[in-house]
Design a protein around this ligand. Structure first.
Ligand code: CO
Length: 215
């Protein structure tokens, strides 16, 4: 008996379609993956990384967790980052959050959900640093939008402060870190204007992007 037969049917259809379009597709991928981008996104099932940016398997290295958080002691995330930068030599790291993020919302409301509260605490800390970004917003929905944007920028900045990224920049490797946000309502991405190519300007770019949120 086959468990979840629909998924296997889908899989066989997808593999057949892919080979029909490009007979060498899988043989090529077996030999090498050569992604130019690392995507650090939310685990949310509505934000499928490859689909959103129209990239094929092999073109996007992906790490996802609840609310796209980058913490300096998270060996899982850091290992992905290190492998992507040092071995695959990606040229761009994209931290992509999304509006309506349940993780950010839970952090904002401080609603107890269990173990995950400890994870979300990092997002609360970010929010507590910037009360002025929220004080004049009219509604909880507007506050959540702002919190989602702020979280992206804070996590993108965190990426630039890792030893992995700092070492890459120190040895002259070409690498840029970006903060993007995705809107579930229309499927569109927005660049939050962080776009950082070096260590020297990272904090300045972060502060400028934060300031732009408040305008
Ligand atoms: Co989310």
């Amino acid at each position: 008996m086959e468990y979840l037969p629909k998924l296997f049917t889908n899989n066989r259809a997808w593999a057949a379609r892919t080979v029909e379009r490009d007979p060498q597709f899988f043989q090529r991928l077996v030999r090498q993956q050569n992604p130019e981008f690392l995507w650090i996104g939310c685990s949310d099932s509505r934000v499928p990384a490859n689909d959103i940016v129209g990239l094929l398997p092999g073109e996007l290295f992906v790490h996802r967790n609840v609310a796209n958080v980058v913490i300096h002691t998270d060996l899982n995330c850091l290992s992905v980052l290190q492998y992507a930068i040092d071995v695959l030599r990606v040229r761009h790291v994209i931290v992509c959050g999304h509006y309506g993020c349940g993780g950010v919302e839970a952090a904002m409301q401080a609603r107890p959900l269990g173990l995950i509260d400890n994870w979300l605490r990092h997002i609360q800390d970010v929010g507590n640093h910037y009360p002025e970004l929220f004080s004049r917003l009219p509604s909880p929905a507007a506050k959540l939008d702002r919190f989602c944007e702020l979280n992206v920028l804070a996590q993108a900045w965190n990426v630039t402060r890792t030893t992995i990224v700092r070492d890459a920049w120190r040895r002259g490797q070409s690498l840029a870190v970006h903060g993007w946000i995705y809107r579930l309502e229309d499927g569109l991405l927005q660049d939050l204007g962080f776009g950082c190519p070096d260590a020297d300007t990272a904090t300045h770019r972060f502060e400028l992007a934060i300031k732009r949120l408040g305008e």
